[in-house]
Design a protein around this ligand. Sequence first.
Ligand SMILES: Cc1ncc(COP(=O)(O)O)c(C=O)c1O
Length: 400
Amino acid sequence: MSDSATGARDDVTGAAREVTGLAGLAAGAGEGTRAVRAGLPEPVKHEPTLPGPVFAAHFHLPGDPTGPYTYGRDENPTWTLLERAVGELEAPDAGGSQTLVFASGMAAISAVLFSQLRTGDVCVLPDDGYQALPLVRAQLEAYGIEVRTAPTGGDAQLDVLDGARLLWIETPSNPGLDVCDIRRLAEAAHARGALVAVDNTLATPLGQRPLELGADFAVASGTKQLTGHGDVLLGYVVGRHAEAMAAVRRWRKIAGAIPGPMEAWLAHRSIATLQMRVDRQSATALAVAQALRERPDVAGLRYPGLADDPAHEVAARQMRRFGCVVSFTLPTRARADRFLEALRLVDDATSFGGVRSTAERRGRWGGDAVPEGFIRLSVGAEDPEDLVADVLRALDESAA
Ligand SMILES: Cc1ncc(COP(=O)(O)O)c(C=O)c1O
């Protein structure tokens, strides 16, 4: 703990408490152990294990304005602990990597793209990724950046890499659940001098660690399974290059897309249960996918954990857990709407990754190239047999 003159205040904020994080854990500690301890400061008598959120627009700052905490848009002690937690899970062995948290996944994505790319650069984006990417593409093009697109599956990005400055990968992709080979693409991109960013939203750091697979940035919406309760918007960037991360930090300062302290604290609190949630939700997602596979009225079923899924081989190489999202197509839009209405344990809502199952007819937004009857189902933490029964019953009822 700090013995500085500001020690009393530091104890409250956790700001100056030495952060041991996972350093004190035995090498090879399991992921559940790592998740519950991620980012925690050194224990201090009479202090909480996880210091509460620090609500501060500014900090006492006599004299020269030196950090770590000066102004609330630049830094916050609650972010510091969360950033350590995310970094420990995303890049446990990538010494020197840095993590920055943002107000949302889109804030994090924009921070990487708009801080790294300049007029005249070439960027490769997925053409089947998150539905806000076309908006990002239009903005990049408005700034004179050339955008090429490629589908996620089959490593089609290899064909459009020449001359690129940045390759953006989303794997598994949302909502189609295709997968690409991060290591292979990163090697090819690096050979051409391009940086590689991976949207790790769907997998979470417990599902895959892009930096270990060769990526330069892991970027994610923490709004989904990382926080997992459908009550927080958050994003993060983990990067291995100090200079590139300085530019991402500068972008955060300029754009001001910062998380509130309460959101940051809730996120950190939620990470303690990440392994339990991801394990449970992945196992149930597989059970749901297996049940759906038996249904003649279900087409285009995708779940990377299914042994016969087209993405399974690559996914099994680079993922440790296959995620909580299952996608499939019902014969018509009306049938899909009836199915969603018949579900009792699954809310008709967008987003994914929460402990309460959600599903939606993705075509209702108009942004994804999916059939009208396409359903994205996010499997929650309900008892697997209850959820499978609910899905099968809703399929039966909606068939009538
Ligand atoms: C893969 C992916 N990336 C990024 C985002 C954007 O995240 P946020 O809504 O937190 O801005 C989403 C949101 O659904 C997403 O699914």
